[in-house]
Each structure stands twice: as structure tokens, then as C-alpha cells.
Design a protein around this ligand. Structure first.
Ligand SMILES: Nc1nc2c(ncn2[C@@H]2O[C@H](COP(=O)(O)OP(=O)(O)O)[C@@H](O)[C@H]2O)c(=O)[nH]1
Ligand SMILES: [Mg+2]
Length: 315
């Protein structure tokens, strides 16, 4: 039987199989995605991002447990381009997520680092949609907030949680990484460590500055809360769950839910179009011709824009 109907029936092996196909990016995955598309659009997609080691995985684990206690099913996608698939970080994630394993209401998947970051972003978006179609009420996406691609992955969520931890001195990683603008909820994890209150204050100040600088109407009605947690023992996690529920209610009542869905559809369309057009062009032109243009550009015989025009017009 085809994968899509099996996934809609709750077949977890079919789900795992399709995710592998998505990572390989071939026609079978696209066919299944097409069949699943009408069944998407129900899950609450929650991005969890922040610097490595802030406790994202531990927090995601606790959030998942909290959602399960409230009766919601949870899909988890862990994206970590900085660590290889078999690396230690991932092994750590596996161990930590062990208390969730065996629960049929939970599905956990770590994304492999294959190909480009752009490819990873595409694959992650597709996997989120597959989990949505499979009926998971909540999809948690953990990404390391270090680069634009990872930030883009987080941005496609309905609700984005930026995780910070009290660190060395006054350094607030989320500020340095430019994550403040995408945060719907800010969490200062490791509140058992010294400096947590200071970090929370720094984030509040940054938020206030951001609000003053933002143009009128920029999500003005939602003020991102700054919450403290100790993910290790679950302290403060209930408040994060409440904030998530409040943000969802806000998105729905303000019409932003539909707005974000549409923004994501546009992103998806443009990304897919870009990939497809580039693929077709490269296939038509051929590797040798591309290398030839590269040589000419490097020798300063021609500039990039002229080369692009020639490639597009003479293919
Ligand atoms: N002290 C303390 N350590 C924590 C807390 N949450 C996570 N950790 C530890 O911080 C380390 C990194 O956590 P992890 O969840 O893997 O962070 P990630 O890289 O952001 O996913 C691990 O050793 C965790 O046990 C916390 O609330 N307090
Ligand atoms: Mg992690």
C-alpha cells in the first residue's frame, strides 16, 4: 500500500519511511507529500531555538511531557546542523528523550545533516507537514539558532520560543544571534544557575527597545513574556505551556494564525520554485558550461550578472 494512506491511518513505520524519503528528496516523497497536503494545517507548530547548550532538548522533552499530560499528541523534530547524525550531541538527545519513547502519542525524529542547509530547511518543513497530516496536535521543532537557515526553520513555526541561559558575564546569546525579533516567548533556562535574573532583565530591556523601534502594528498586541525555567526538574515549564496556549489564542483571535499559514505557503512555494528552476537550468546547461562561465568570471573576462543573463537567455 502507498505510504500516504498508511500514514493517515497512524502507521509509524510508514511515517519513518516517508521521512527518510524526504531526506533523500526524490519523486516518491513528492507524490506522498501531494497526497498528504489536504490533511495538513491542523497542528500547532512550535519552534524552539537558541544557542547550543542552553537546554533546548531538555526543555522540549519537558514540554512534550506536559502536552501529553494535557492529552495532546506530540511530534518532535530535532534539527542540529552543527552535529553529525551519529554525533555525541544527538546521542545525548536520544538518552534524554528516552522517557518519551514507547508512548504512541509521541514521535521523535532527528534530521540528518545531508546536503546543504537550504536542503535541510526544505526537508524539515516537509517533515513538519507530514507529522501534521499524521494527526499530531503539536509539532515541536528544535533548531540551533546560529545561522540564517536555522532561524528560517524556526520562523516557519506558529509560535517561536527562544531559549537563553545565564552565561558568562553580561553576554546574552539570543541578542548576539539576532533572535529577539523572532521570539514569541523567551525562556531563560537553567534558572538554578547564578545570573538568571540578570539575563531575564537584559532580555526585558532588549524587548522594550525592540518595541520602541518597531513600526506601528508590528504584532503590537502580543508582548513576548520572559519566563524562567529549570528544564532539568521541570520547574517553570507549566508557565511556558500556558504562554504557548495564550499565544495560540492570540494568533487565532487576531487572524495572525491564518496570516502565518499563508506566509509559510509563500515561503514554501518560492523555495520550491527556486530549487526547481535552478535544477532545470543547471540540467539544461550542463556542468562543463557552468565551469566555463566560472573560469571566465574568475579571469575577469565577464561579470556574474552578464553570465547569468547569458545562461538564462541562451539555454
Ligand atoms: N543546571 C541546569 N542544567 C540544565 C538545565 N537544562 C538543561 N541542562 C543541562 O544543560 C546541558 C545541555 O542541555 P541540552 O538540552 O542538550 O541543550 P541544547 O544543546 O540547547 O539542546 C545538559 O547537560 C543538560 O542536562 C537546567 O535547567 N539547569
Ligand atoms: Mg539539543
Amino acid at each position: 500500500m502507498e505510504l500516504a494512506p498508511r500514514i493517515l491511518e497512524g502507521d509509524r513505520r510508514a511515517l519513518a519511511r516517508l521521512i527518510s524519503l524526504i531526506e533523500d528528496d526524490g519523486p516518491p516523497a513528492r507524490e506522498a507529500m501531494a497526497a498528504l497536503h489536504p490533511h495538513t494545517g491542523r497542528a500547532h507548530v512550535i519552534g524552539v531555538t537558541g544557542a547550543p547548550g542552553t537546554g533546548k532538548s531538555t526543555l522540549v522533552n519537558e514540554l512534550a511531557k506536559g502536552f501529553r499530560r494535557r492529552g495532546a499528541t506530540v511530534g518532535i523534530v530535532a534539527v542540529d546542523p552543527t552535529s553529525p547524525f551519529t554525533g555525541g550531541a544527538l546521542l545525548g538527545d536520544r538518552v534524554r528523550m528516552r522517557d518519551l519513547a514507547g508512548d504512541p502519542g509521541i514521535f521523535i525524529r532527528s534530521m540528518a545533516t545531508r546536503g546543504s542547509l537550504g536542503g535541510l530547511a526544505r526537508a524539515t518543513g516537509d517533515v513538519v507537514r507530514v507529522l501534521d497530516a499524521a494527526g499530531f496536535a503539536v509539532v515541536l521543532v528544535e533548531t540551533v539558532g546560529v545561522g540564517q537557515a536555522e532561524v528560517d526553520i524556526a520562523r516557519t513555526a506558529h509560535t517561536t520560543i527562544v531559549v537563553e541561559a545565564p552565561g558568562l558575564g553580561d553576554d546574552v546569546q539570543a541578542l548576539k544571534a539576532g533572535l529577539m525579533e523572532i521570539a514569541d516567548i523567551l525562556v531563560v533556562n537553567k534558572a538554578d544557575r547564578p545570573g538568571a535574573a540578570q539575563t531575564a532583565r537584559a532580555l526585558e530591556v532588549a524587548l522594550e527597545l525592540g518595541r520602541n523601534n518597531a513600526g506601528p502594528g508590528k504584532d503590537a498586541a502580543w508582548r513576548p513574556p520572559v519566563l524562567k525555567t529549570i528544564a532539568l526538574d521541570g520547574s517553570g515549564v507549566a508557565e511556558v505551556l500556558e504562554a504557548i496556549a495564550a499565544h495560540r489564542a492570540y494568533l487565532e483571535s487576531s487572524g495572525l494564525w491564518a496570516h502565518r499559514e499563508r506566509a509559510r505557503a509563500r515561503d514554501d512555494l518560492l523555495r520550491a520554485l527556486e530549487q526547481e528552476l535552478l535544477g532545470r537550468l543547471l540540467a539544461g546547461v550542463g556542468e562543463a558550461a557552468i565551469e566555463d562561465w566560472v573560469d571566465r568570471i574568475a579571469r575577469r573576462e565577464v561579470d556574474v550578472y552578464t553570465a547569468v543573463q547569458a545562461l538564462i537567455e541562451n539555454r
